[in-house]
Design a protein around this ligand. Structure first.
Ligand code: C2O
Ligand code: CU
Length: 496
């Protein structure tokens, strides 16, 4: 397997295979941290805010001196940030001008099934024909553009949107189809947390680059191949040797000696990170976690490091006044080595006024009454055979969009036990869950609050309590290692 380094250098807990770039890696900490632009609605009425996004190919400069063609929402990578009020209907019209069909999923959204981005509800570019329909499984197919309607009747949280096309999610996200969708509400606004320029979204992902500056990915023609994006050499998933934050390689950010709120998203296909601050501030525990995937925690939790798996979000407050002015603080990755052991750098530039605080109580979190749950289900994530190839399966079966593996009742609490052979970040659509425990013990240090993705570790099981709300229909649960997902580690359930 050319260009492969196996797991070498990827570090403990890192299971994806490293794909090396064929260009010299750029110097670290030179590019200023970009912030994805916040999208403005094209119109707002009594019922909704309306947005328009065009998915298109654009060449952008990611590595200095190289042009990288991306598949971008509005041609951007990451895509533009959408910012919604909780309960305010948000309608996004997506136009597809890419050479491939796409599917848009709002990750973490409590969204009606027809708008959730079911993997066969394809949006084809205008003028293309059924020649692309290699899977023979079609859903609600459209051409040109379509609306996605998001009620967003849910608490403030850091959500994100990304491609979800069946069998091709990994190569299409790798090429750039991911962005933030933030939800605000009155409860969060009333807290004295850092805000404005001190509320910073950080989309972290890894990529590898080819000689010509294009993204490197182990697939031939993602538009035509089936099984698609990945070769069997990449069973564990694809990891690159360049770390990008908001699309820039190892960027740098000047900060005031003050508190900042960071919305961390691991948008990598398969790489997990153990994020640290180097040096740790005096007194240790540099991260104060205030929110998880699906919103505020009941109370802040302090961490010296953060384990973040693909698709997970952590909102943390970092107080740079704990460092002397002039300190360079590296956001490091203890699971990486060499270049992937570093993510970005902060430079504490100046003293500044700061009236923010992290209150001891953040939000009310209703513990789901799990002990009384009548329905318990078990899901096993493992290797398996997928249409004659090696792949990944749930309960022994590869994903089939026509087969429903469970029929949960809306409003009823269920307990799901997730078993795995290896590390798998398991994501459940529609409604968030609470982690009850790992392997018969209590929840881990990163399991607080409402989650929508949980990293299940090798030979461990995780119990979660979930209550699906509001929308009937087919929804998904899957491994968010995107290569695993494309290799069929996904199951559908139908709420009613
Ligand atoms: Cu973030 Cu089903 O995905
Ligand atoms: Cu997996």
């Amino acid at each position: 397997a050319s260009g492969l380094a196996g797991c070498g250098g990827a570090g403990a807990g890192q299971t994806a295979e490293l794909l090396r770039s064929r260009v010299p890696l750029p110097p670290r900490f030179r590019t200023p941290l970009p912030i994805p632009p916040v999208k403005r609605p094209v119109r707002s009425d009594a019922h909704a805010d309306h947005y328009e996004i065009t998915q298109r190919v654009r060449e952008i400069e990611i590595l200095p001196g190289y042009r990288t063609p991306v598949f971008g929402y509005d041609g951007l990578f990451p895509g533009p940030t959408i910012r919604s009020r909780s309960g305010r209907r948000t309608v996004v019209t997506h136009r597809n001008e890419l050479p491939v069909p796409t599917v848009v999923h709002l990750h973490g959204g409590n969204t009606p099934a027809e708008h959730d981005g079911y993997p066969v509800d394809l949006l084809y570019p205008e003028g293309t024909t059924a020649a692309h329909q290699h899977t023979g499984m079609t859903g609600d197919t459209r051409h040109g553009s379509r609306e996605y309607v998001y009620p967003l009747r849910q608490p403030a949280a850091t959500l994100w949107y990304h491609d979800h096309r069946m069998d091709f999610t990994a190569p299409q996200v790798w090429r750039g189809l991911a962005g933030f969708h933030l939800v605000d509400d009155d409860i969060t606004d009333a807290l004295p947390l850092p805000h404005g320029e001190r509320d910073v979204p950080l989309l972290i992902c890894d990529r590898a680059f080819d000689e010509d500056g294009s993204f490197r990915y182990p697939s031939l023609d993602p538009a035509l191949r089936h099984p698609p994006g990945v070769t069997a050499d990449f069973m564990e998933g694809v990891a690159g040797d360049v770390i990008l934050v908001n699309g820039a390689p190892w960027p740098t950010m000047e900060v005031d000696a003050a508190r900042y709120r960071f919305r961390l998203l691991n948008a990598s296909n398969a790489r997990r990170y153990r994020l640290t601050l180097r040096p740790n501030p005096r007194g240790g525990d540099g991260f104060t976690q205030i929110a998880s995937d699906s919103g505020l925690l009941a109370a802040p939790v302090r961490h010296s490091h953060l384990d973040i798996a693909p698709a997970e979000r952590f909102e943390v407050v970092v107080d740079f006044s704990r460092y002397p002015v002039g300190t360079e603080v590296v956001l490091g990755n203890d699971l990486g080595s060499g270049p992937t052991a570093e993510v970005m750098r902060f430079v504490v530039a100046r003293k500044a006024a700061d009236d923010s605080a992290v209150p001891a109580r953040l939000a009310e979190i209703e513990p789901l009454p799990a002990a009384a749950a009548r329905i318990r289900r078990e899901w096993t994530f493992s290797r398996g055979e997928v249409h004659g190839h090696r792949g990944w399966v749930v309960n022994g079966r590869p994903f089939d969009p026509r087969r429903m593996d469970a029929h949960p009742r809306l409003g009823e609490v269920e307990v799901w036990r997730l078993f795995t052979d290896l590390h798998h970040p398991v994501h459940i659509h529609l409604s968030p869950f609470q982690v009850l425990g790992r392997g018969g013990r209590g929840p881990g240090p990163f399991d607080h609050g409402w989650k929508d993705t949980v990293d299940v570790r090798p030979a461990e099981y995780v119990d979660v309590a979930v209550r699906f709300e509001n929308h009937a229909g087919p929804f998904l649960m899957h491994c968010h290692n995107l290569e695993h997902e494309d290799m069929a580690m996904m199951a559908a359930f139908e709420t009613r």
